[in-house]
Design a protein around this ligand. Structure first.
Ligand SMILES: *Cc1c(COP(=O)(O)O)cnc(C)c1O
Length: 382
């Protein structure tokens, strides 16, 4: 035994005692809806592949064609020799789709936010965030060295109070929110946030990882708003991997010349860029497909007697981590995979099932899932 292993074992035992240890479970994806785990075939209601594009024949073919034409990897940082033409094409497509002047593609959504925030904010600045923003925005805020503050979830009066009290003491102010909140599925009030940002000269960053391809005909939650920083990922409805931000040309030029998570990391592999372009083609040409995840989530909220879904994500909050795990296990016995989400991913006391809907989910299975969740909740209460 040494002190490092002692430390790790002690930490793990403490987490396990609170039902907070996390386990990897080998899971093979069989098709758009099914996974294999422990030799069992399960229907997933946990993937963020809202349009099932990770499995789409045209997206797969585009990834393969990019590998055959250009190889498996980018070979270097984009600023060295990794600036593949497919990446610039993807950036033009993203900017056009989001109604922005320019775009920058990153290795992932996580890398995007940890690069964007420190590029735009520093020691003399304020970063004001919704308390439920994704972990990578918080990480970006910490890296930036700016004064970081959070407002209560979607509470515009609180955001206004904090801006009124603290904006004046700081040079610049970045205001960050998720467009669609990843663990709750609700939307940020972008009309009010846009107005607040304008009033206090704040720069609004909207992380729309779960909005792209799902809300506003797939254009995402920022459509119709003048959002200077539209960030998102290629790993959810786009079905592949990578992150992006759309903004004005000077802002994108600055990010490409200063963001550490852009400069000091290898460019996205050609296959990811090729697949993302093919996925955007589908999103832009198949509105009927894009409408489906939200319609499926709304069928579920109707069946459950919940408020109407506003995105493809519906939480079933049960409180204690052990209860969420038990409910998830009960659903697995019925052939459904619905992940239990526990602190610190969500606030203490709000462990939940996070149910996500995709275009391909049959209505009959959504009916069966709702019945199984109701039965599971009754069993928990008994
Ligand atoms: C998933 C997610 C990210 C991270 O994106 P990756 O491409 O998976 O790294 C960032 N923000 C939000 C809100 C997310 O849900």
């Amino acid at each position: 035994m040494n002190s490092l292993d002692d430390f790790a074992r002690g930490k793990l035992a403490g987490l396990e005692a609170r039902d907070l240890r996390r386990w990897l479970k080998p899971t093979a994806r069989l098709d758009a809806l099914h996974l294999e785990r422990d030799g069992r075939r399960l229907m997933t209601f946990s993937c963020n592949d809202y349009l099932n594009l990770s499995q789409h024949p045209r997206v797969r073919a585009a990834a393969k064609a990019a590998i055959d034409a250009h190889g498996a990897g980018a070979g270097a940082s984009r600023l060295v020799t990794g600036d593949h033409p497919l990446l610039s094409e993807l950036e033009r497509r993203l900017a056009a789709f989001k109604g922005a002047e320019a775009a920058c593609v990153f290795g992932s959504g996580y890398l995007a936010n940890t690069g964007i925030v420190p590029t735009l904010a520093g020691r003399d600045d304020l970063v004001l965030m919704d308390e439920l923003v994704h972990s990578c925005i918080r990480a970006g805020a910490r890296l930036s060295g700016a004064r970081a503050m959070t407002f209560r979830h979607n509470d515009m009066a609180h955001a206004r109070d904090l801006l009124a009290a603290h904006r004046g003491a700081h040079r610049h102010c970045l205001i960050a929110t998720d467009g669609v909140f990843s663990m709750d599925g609700d939307l940020a009030p972008l009309d009010e946030l846009t107005a607040l940002a304008r009033e206090f000269d704040g720069w609004l960053l909207v992380d729309d990882a779960h909005g792209l391809g799902v809300v506003n005909e797939g254009h995402g939650s920022t459509r119709g708003f003048d959002t200077p920083l539209q960030m998102g990922t290629l790993s959810k409805s786009i079905g592949g991997y990578g992150g992006y931000v759309c903004a004005s040309a000077p802002v994108i030029d600055l990010i490409k010349t200063r963001a550490a998570s852009f400069i000091y990391t290898t460019g996205l592999p050609p296959a990811c860029a090729g697949a993302a372009i093919a996925a955007l083609d589908i999103i832009e040409s198949e509105p009927e497909l894009v409408a489906r995840p939200l319609a499926k989530a709304r069928l579920f909220t109707r069946l459950m007697g919940l408020p109407e879904a506003t995105s493809a994500i519906v939480p079933i909050v049960v409180g204690a981590p052990g209860r969420a795990m038990e409910l998830s296990r009960a659903l697995e016995a019925e052939g459904f995979l619905v992940g239990a989400i526990r602190p610190p991913t969500v606030p203490e006391g709000t462990a939940r099932l996070r149910v996500t809907f995709t275009a391909a989910h049959p209505d009959t299975e959504i009916v069966r899932l709702a019945a199984a969740i109701r039965a599971g909740l009754r069993a928990l209460a008994a």
